[in-house]
Design a binder for this molecule. Structure first.
Ligand code: CA
Ligand code: CA
Length: 579
């Protein structure tokens, strides 16, 4: 009797304890947790390690003094018969590491052992049309859900404990060339994401859905003339019909938002970049072609565009302006300012006033820009007209040499901003291309380029270059050159470190102030993912995906010999300091 009573009391105590701890685990990350992600060192809840995507960690247990002692804690394979590029950034929460993999897969691994908890494989239809490999860049976590986009243009919310589908929404028509590879972001209970398919004459858009139900809340097309929506009702057209497009070209105008966006809680603005106008052949579409190759600031509550800044008006080189716009604060000419920066595919690093889009400066961050000679005071490029690919007549037009190549001075791979050094760390590439225009007509689901190209190296010793940019002066403070093109994201920490991967298979660590290489580890395949860091059981960890692929091996042209011996893979690598 007494024993039984004790057992009952113990049971009641256990139940009380469970009741006290269970709600946090069951409820999971909240809006407030996501907004606080940059400061919370015990987790990585957002793509970019904070809504501003600065990819800066205040952790400093691993530093310039001891990074040489960084060793693997474990590695976990994504398996599968097919590998291809692993461009994901891990999410870390409550003892689990979530990573997306090639072919629209999502994995949950135990953060202490690497043991797989569950795996979700999207069943992709035949006929998907990703332009640039079967990659995925990451997931978003919220409450009981982990959410990611798939190559057939769906958005899928899974139970983060079990991997079971909670909702699955078609967001666009893959048969018209739409796909999705970017990590969604979550702001105030809405999951917000872009679309891919700029090479197929799609129309770019940013959309917001209720994170609990997956139902559409608002939609904002990026091309002038298209109608936006809010709660099922029209919410005004984007721009002004035919103001910067002639005839019906706006109906297939491109402007894909394929890299997703960032969010600044201070200004309550989303920042989404937009891709190339379609087709690539600029002679077929006179005008600035708004809002392609631009950064858009969007109200997260309504989807209304608050300001825009076009980095390549009338783009003729596929200089997608999709690159991430990272909010930061700095004092310029003695005045403290709320700024944002973007290292554009066109080879220029832009600094804007993030409250209103006002142009502050554009600084070249690559060896060569043939298409323009800087920017004027209003932020318009000084075009070099002779270097625009010529208009085709019946056949191909005049070929020109253009630099950067269409793969860009910087492509998708995210840069990082250190709050300690005040520098941006840009994973860039120095390369050019021969490019010419050809006649083209739009056909649903077919490539809509009207151009041909061959990528070429422009330097003897490197293509890739990790560059430290001072946003206040536009000066490159240091650079690290890499033989193969850099294609992975960057992480910086209060330990005065910068981490990035190389196609040759290394995760490397550099001194954030000097660029001195301090550590490297060979992961067995090319590193084109984005590293993260967090604190667990009193130790600092670093994780990155390994797995060579992405656009470079598909479109490499004459630069392909710099990476011809790199093997494919698909693994999560996790590191900590040796004891
Ligand atoms: Ca965090
Ligand atoms: Ca493009």
């Amino acid at each position: 009797m007494k024993g039984s009573m004790l057992r009952t009391l113990a049971g009641a105590a256990a139940l009380a304890l469970a009741a006290a701890t269970a709600p946090t685990q069951a409820n999971g990350p909240t809006d407030a947790d996501l907004m606080n992600d940059a400061a919370s060192t015990g987790d990585v809840l957002t793509y970019g390690m904070g809504p501003r995507a600065q990819r800066f960690s205040p952790l400093k247990a691993i530093s310039t003094d001891n990074v040489a002692k960084l060793v693997p804690a474990f590695s976990a394979s994504l398996g599968g018969e097919k590998q291809r590029g692993q461009e994901a950034q891990p999410i870390v929460y409550d003892g689990t590491i979530y990573v997306t993999g090639s072919y629209s897969r999502l994995f949950a691994f135990d953060a202490r052992t690497g043991e797989e908890k569950w795996q979700y494989d999207a069943r992709l239809p035949e006929g998907i049309m990703p332009c640039c490999d079967v990659v995925n860049r990451g997931a978003a976590i919220y409450g009981d859900k982990i959410i990611f986009a798939t190559l057939d243009a769906h958005l899928v919310a899974l139970n983060r404990e079990t991997g079971k589908v909670i909702w699955n929404k078609k967001v666009a028509d893959y048969q018209a060339g739409y796909s999705a590879t970017a990590a969604p972001i979550i702001v105030k209970g809405k999951v917000i994401y872009g679309n891919s398919g700029g090479e197929f004459g799609i129309v770019g858009a940013v959309e917001a859905r209720d994170v609990e139900t997956g139902e559409l809340v608002w939609r904002r097309p990026t091309i002038e003339g298209h109608m936006g929506s809010l709660n099922g009702k029209d919410n005004g057209i984007t721009g002004k019909l035919n103001a910067s497009w002639q005839g019906d070209l706006w109906k297939t105008g491109g402007g894909a938002t394929w890299l997703g966006g960032t969010y600044d809680p201070e200004t309550n603005l989303l920042y989404f970049g937009t891709g190339n106008p379609a087709p690539w052949n600029s002679h077929l579409r006179p005008g600035d072609n708004l809002y392609t190759s631009s950064t858009l600031a969007i109200d997260p509550d309504t989807g209304v565009i608050k300001w825009h800044f076009q980095t390549t008006p009338h783009d003729g080189w596929d200089f997608d302006g999709v690159n991430e716009f990272i909010p930061f604060d700095a004092t310029i000419n003695g005045k403290p300012m709320k700024l944002g920066a973007k290292a554009d595919r066109n080879g220029y690093f832009f600094v804007l006033d993030r409250t209103n889009g006002k142009f502050i400066g554009a600084h070249k961050f690559v060896m060569q820009t043939t298409w323009a000679n800087g920017f004027n005071a209003k932020g318009r490029p000084n075009y070099i007209d002779a270097n625009r690919p010529g208009a085709p007549t019946a056949e191909k037009g005049t070929s020109v040499f253009a630099s950067p190549s269409f793969l860009g001075g910087k492509n998708w791979m995210p840069m990082a901003y250190s709050q300690d050094t005040g520098l941006f760390y840009i994973p860039s590439n120095d390369w050019g291309m021969d490019i010419w225009n050809e006649p083209i007509a739009y056909k649903k689901g077919a490539a809509y380029l009207g151009a041909g190209f061959t990528i070429k190296p422009i330097a003897e010793d490197h293509i890739g270059a990790l560059r430290a940019m001072d946003p206040k002066t536009g000066k490159i403070v240091w650079e690290y050159k890499n033989k193969a093109p850099l294609w992975g994201g960057v992480l910086t920490t209060a330990g005065n470190l910068v981490f990035t991967g190389t196609p040759e298979g290394y995760l490397k660590a550099f001194d954030a102030k000097t660029g001195q290489e301090l550590w490297k580890f060979q992961t067995g395949s090319g590193v084109v993912g984005s590293p993260v860091t967090w604190e667990q059981d009193g130790e600092q960890y670093v994780a990155v995906m390994s797995g060579w692929g992405g656009a470079v091996p598909l479109w490499g042209g004459e630069v392909a010999k710099s990476f011809k011996d790199i093997n494919q893979g698909g693994s999560l690598w996790v590191f900590k300091l040796a004891r």
